[in-house]
Write a protein that binds this ligand. Structure first.
Ligand code: PEP
Ligand code: MG
Length: 538
């Protein structure tokens, strides 16, 4: 048995086999070969396997996310058989006498560059697809897995690092835990682990040699045991059962109100990243959804999700929540959340750069598509819309103008929409300082403590070296929260918290005393917080 320590970002115990996750982007070595015919046969076998995988993915996507989203796998299958692409690979193998991996990677790079340089937006977007199919082929040729292969059983994913776009594409039913070498506790990958309700460790000295071995991740102590001895395994299985039992006790709180013994009530909502998380929200009996991070719909996709597919996603969530509030945050892309097809430039300071509402107010077509989808879906439930990264009244007014234009158009076409509350995230110190003015413009505030802490303390939330001083309890942050609540209330807004601090049970009482109206937390925190509130001296 070997034992390693990491930093735990979500409690719980997972027992299962390790899958060592390889990044899609890998350095492909150029190797001279004698037998080019054998190399071409290897390539052809890999192509057959890729087509088989794409077919499986297409069928799966068709069932889970519908035809529009599944179509990308059909496009990939077509591209992999495209004559120009195939000829280029064969030609490189034959003329340069090199390995198939190198020929595929070179062809992928060349085609992707060619597409990027085209004027046509459609072809520009194909650059990411051609990279994707080439990576799939290289993975097959080199016997690597991309972590999403056809997993038979749930696994513990071990990786150097995981980007949110990678995490969100993993099959959640097949994930027991994450263990990574890098990553920060405040990153979106960490947040996703909490939303998925799985133990996760970062900063762990991982090794590829663990692949396929049995391991136990203990999210309480931050330990991973590789090939645990019998005694350890027995003890951790016992603790896992204890966990389950504690969970069962919490189940008894379902259907109960979120109210203190002294009669102070609060709305306890949940955060989600996609349609699939709604089951978890319902299972934990949250009173609504306080933050639907809609950008994950974009990160899961290979191209801009169209109005129809977004409409279906929002409508499904609204219908499943059956009249309970569903607050969807508009696209908050940028910084650590990157989708290749957006073609965002590399920036020195991405957290303070071209992101979130700044992109939406600049590339308005993307924003309009999302707002139309949201307004249409609002006819099917109780949808609220909120806007991220706001720093000025002017931004809010511009947004409201766009929303009014869309409503006017929907009215003219006789397309129904509901009575939508509009709010903003308070996640910049600027927004806090002018929260009295902003409150005049919107219905509600939701405090994004993750970014608010980052910008208030000038600490990059992605930088793992600074995790130990990223202190969301800093008095500056707590004063900002208080000020936001007071200004919101004075000017007619209700105020919630949807950042991770909302689930910090050492502060629940403080937030209630400050007058918070809503807390939106990862689904698995709803019942523990309900228990705390119902037993609180307040
Ligand atoms: C926040 O910043 O607190 C927040 C909820 O948004 P995100 O974590 O997605 O940036
Ligand atoms: Mg944020």
């Amino acid at each position: 048995m070997e034992t390693y320590t990491g930093k735990s970002i979500f409690k719980g115990i997972a027992i299962g086999k390790v899958l060592f996750y390889q990044k899609g982007e890998q350095v492909v070595k150029r190797v001279k070969v004698q037998d080019t015919a054998a190399e071409i046969s290897r390539y052809e076998a890999a192509r057959e396997e890729a087509l088989r995988q794409l077919n499986v993915l297409y069928e799966k996507a068709l069932k889970e996310v519908g035809e529009t989203n599944a179509a990308v796998f059909e496009v990939h299958a077509m591209m992999i058989e495209d004559d120009d692409y195939v000829d280029s690979i064969r030609n490189i193998i034959e003329t340069q006498q090199v390995n198939a991996e190198f020929a595929v990677a070179t062809t992928g790079d060349n085609f992707s560059r060619m597409f990027t340089e085209m004027d046509d937006e459609y072809f520009k977007a194909r650059a990411a697809d051609v990279k994707d199919i080439s990576e799939r082929l290289v993975n097959i040729l080199s016997g690597r897995t991309d972590g999403q292969g056809d997993l038979e059983e749930p696994v513990i994913i071990v990786a150097d690092d995981l980007a949110p776009s990678e995490t969100v594409q993993m099959d959640k039913d097949k994930l027991l835990a994450f263990v990574t070498r890098y990553g920060s506790a405040n990153s979106h990958t960490a947040i996703l682990a909490r939303t998925m309700n799985i133990p996760a460790l970062i900063g762990t000295d991982i090794s590829e040699s663990w692949n396929g071995k049995l391991a136990v991740v203990d999210g309480y102590t931050g330990l991973i045991y590789v090939e645990p001895d019998e005694e350890t395994l027995k003890e951790l299985k016992r603790r896992q059962e204890e966990d389950l039992h504690a969970r069962e006790l919490l189940e008894q709180l379902k259907g109960k109100e979120d109210i203190t013994p002294g009669g102070r009530s609060i709305r306890l909502y949940a955060n989600i990243g996609g349609v699939k998380d709604v089951a978890n929200v319902l299972a934990n009996d949250a009173a609504g959804i306080g933050l639907f991070r809609s950008e994950f719909l974009y990160l899961e996709a290979e191209d801009y999700p169209d109005e129809e597919s977004q409409f279906q996603a929002y409508k499904t969530v609204a219908e499943n929540m059956a009249g309970k509030k569903v607050i969807v945050r508009t696209l908050d892309i940028g910084a650590d959340k990157q989708a290749e097809y957006f073609g965002l430039d590399h920036e020195e300071n991405p957290a303070m750069g071209y992101r979130a509402i700044r992109i939406c107010l600049d590339r308005k077509e993307i924003f309009r598509t999302q707002l139309r989808a949201l307004l249409r879906a609002s006819a099917f439930g109780n949808i609220g819309i909120m806007y991220p990264m706001i720093i000025s009244v002017d931004e809010v007014r511009k947004i409201k103008e766009i929303v009014e234009e869309i409503k006017k158009d929907l009215n003219e076409k006789g397309i129904p929409y509901g009575n939508v509350e509009q709010g903003i995230m308070i996640e910049t110190p600027a927004a806090v300082m002018i929260s009295d003015m902003l409150a005049e413009e919107v219905d509600f505030f939701s405090i994004g403590t993750n970014d608010l802490t980052q910008y208030t303390l000038a600490i990059d939330r992605q930088n793992m070296k600074l995790d130990n001083i990223y202190d969301a309890h800093h008095p500056a942050v707590l004063r900002m929260i208080r000020m936001t609540i007071e200004n919101g209330h004075k000017h007619g807004c209700w105020v919630g918290i949807c950042g991770e601090l909302g689930a910090d049970m050492t502060l629940t009482k403080t937030f209630l005393e400050m007058g918070i109206d809503e807390l939106s937390v990862s689904p698995s925190f709803v019942l523990p917080i309900r228990k705390l509130i119902r037993e609180m001296e307040l």
